[in-house]
Write a protein that binds this ligand. Structure first.
Ligand code: ARG
Length: 459
């Protein structure tokens, strides 16, 4: 049978393989609600501009609602022969309302239709991502508030560097996620222009009102170049790159959770509801959710690269290659939302092991910088000399198998005679973190300020 949409030109039907490679209905049915919203706005505009009669437009708009309810109820029969969501909906509309359905596609093409649908869908996912990020920020904020003054080791190269506070470490993620959310907000603002009415590529000779459909669909304005409007997939790429950066942050914390929940670190205990056991080793409690977040992030990065590759060689305007945009974005969006939700659950439920954190905070000569700073401040030594003196004391402690505060005053003085008893006051981790009061520093007083700032911002 020849195609019911372009049967005028075609006499033979398509090969089954052609149908399989061509059809997008298997995935683009996810944009059904957006497609119907776009068509309803278009129908209202066609009537308002006198292009179709009011009664025809009313029949279309009502019929489209019926189609939507059939899809939502799961009774709609999708057909691969009808290729995509646009033609499936239109064909069903024809069956429901007859002749007026044939007037819906006036002054429009599937090229501006698909761009509109996809933009609406991506815009919704940007909003969902922002909401997911805000929820995760609140979970980190809760952890930060509870443990604003709990000491733990801060690392560089995953080697003990200087003591920091648990709250400070948690707030670092609140900052990262804050930038992630603002990136999505930015991208949303930039993408919010309506392609509808760009038609196939050149615009249309019908007296359409693009401002009206733009407004109706919550766009800020119509896109100003019809060729660009149907060719643009920047918005999907921006979604994927915002998602990639956010996912990268999630993956870094996932990696920290994997390390922190190990028997060697014991910094955190994950809740039972976000862990799994082993079928053979009874003692095991595995951080599977964190590992899966770390792994799923690869799919999001992959989607970003894949869509870049699809787009990079396409001449203007629409090419069927662009149908390959959706699955990548759908998969990336699903996995980002899942990762955000799983991370939120883990962060909310995890309990920091305050004793382990404190024990580890003092090991690895973590207050060596404090000792050097003391030499500068009290003995007026140049920092480079102080660094050298401290290095010698670390070597001495290491040889003795003890920590810096365990060295005697006499041992210290054997390296530099000017050192006094007062030095011991800066060697505890509590004194170390309390002294880091510079703006944004790890001192509990500063962490409390960061928490208060973000609580306001997120309220
Ligand atoms: N299914 C198509 C897509 O997702 C719709 C647009 C088709 N346009 C065309 N000229 N064949 O991209």
């Amino acid at each position: 049978t020849s195609n019911q949409m372009w049967g005028g030109r075609f006499s033979a039907g398509v090969d089954a393989i052609m149908e399989a490679i061509n059809a997008s209905i298997g995935f683009d049915q996810r944009m059904a609600a957006e497609d119907i919203a776009g068509s309803r706005a278009h129908a209202a505009m066609l009537a308002a501009t006198g292009i179709v009669s009011d009664s025809d437009a009313e029949a279309m708009r009502e019929g489209l609602l019926t189609v939507l309810s059939e899809i939502e109820a799961g009774t709609f029969e999708f057909s691969t022969q009808l290729e995509d969501i646009h033609m499936n909906v239109e064909s069903r509309l024809k069956a429901l309302i007859g002749e007026p359905a044939g007037r819906l596609h006036t002054g429009r093409s599937r090229n501006d239709q698909v761009a509109t649908d996809f933009k609406l869908w991506v815009r919704g996912q940007m909003d969902a991502a922002i909401a997911g990020i805000r929820a995760l920020q609140l979970a980190f904020l809760g952890q930060a508030e509870a443990g604003a003054d709990w000491v733990m080791p801060g690392f560089t190269h995953l080697q003990t560097a200087q003591p920091v506070t648990w709250g400070h470490h948690m707030m670092a993620y609140v900052e990262m996620l804050g930038r992630d959310a603002s990136r999505f907000e930015d991208a949303r603002r930039r993408m919010n222009e309506s392609p509808l009415g760009a038609a196939a590529l050149a615009g249309t000779s019908f007296p359409i009102d693009r401002e009206m459909t733009a407004r109706e669909l919550g766009f800020d304005r119509p896109a100003s170049n019809s060729l660009d409007a149907v060719s643009d997939r920047d918005f999907a790429l921006e979604f994927l790159s915002c998602a990639s950066i956010c996912a990268m942050h999630l993956s870094r914390f996932a990696e920290e959770l994997v390390i922190w929940s190990s028997a060697q670190f014991r910094f955190v205990q994950l809740s039972d509801s976000f862990s799994t056991g082993s079928s053979i080793m009874p003692q095991k409690k595995n951080p599977d959710a964190a590992e899966l977040i770390r792994a799923k992030i690869g799919r999001i990065f992959g989607a970003n690269v894949a869509l870049m590759m699809v787009m990079k060689g396409l001449p203007l305007a629409y090419s069927k290659d662009m149908q390959e945009d959706k699955e990548q974005v759908f998969d990336a969006a699903d996995n980002l939302m899942l990762a955000l939700a799983a991370m939120e659950g883990m962060v909310r439920d995890m309990s920091a092991n305050r004793e382990s954190l404190a024990g580890a905070a003092g090991s690895g000569f973590s207050t060596a910088t404090d000792l050097a700073d003391w030499c500068v401040r009290v003995l007026n030594m140049p920092f480079r000399d102080a660094h050298h003196v401290t290095g010698s004391l670390v070597a001495m402690a290491e040889a003795k198998g003890c920590d810096l505060p365990d060295l005697s005053l006499e041992e210290m003085q054997s390296v530099n005679a000017a050192i006094t008893e007062d030095v011991f006051s800066v060697l505890t981790v509590e004194a170390s973190v309390a002294s880091r009061t510079s703006y944004g520093g790890t001192a509990p007083s500063e962490v409390h300020k960061q928490v208060a700032r973000w609580k306001d911002a997120l309220a």
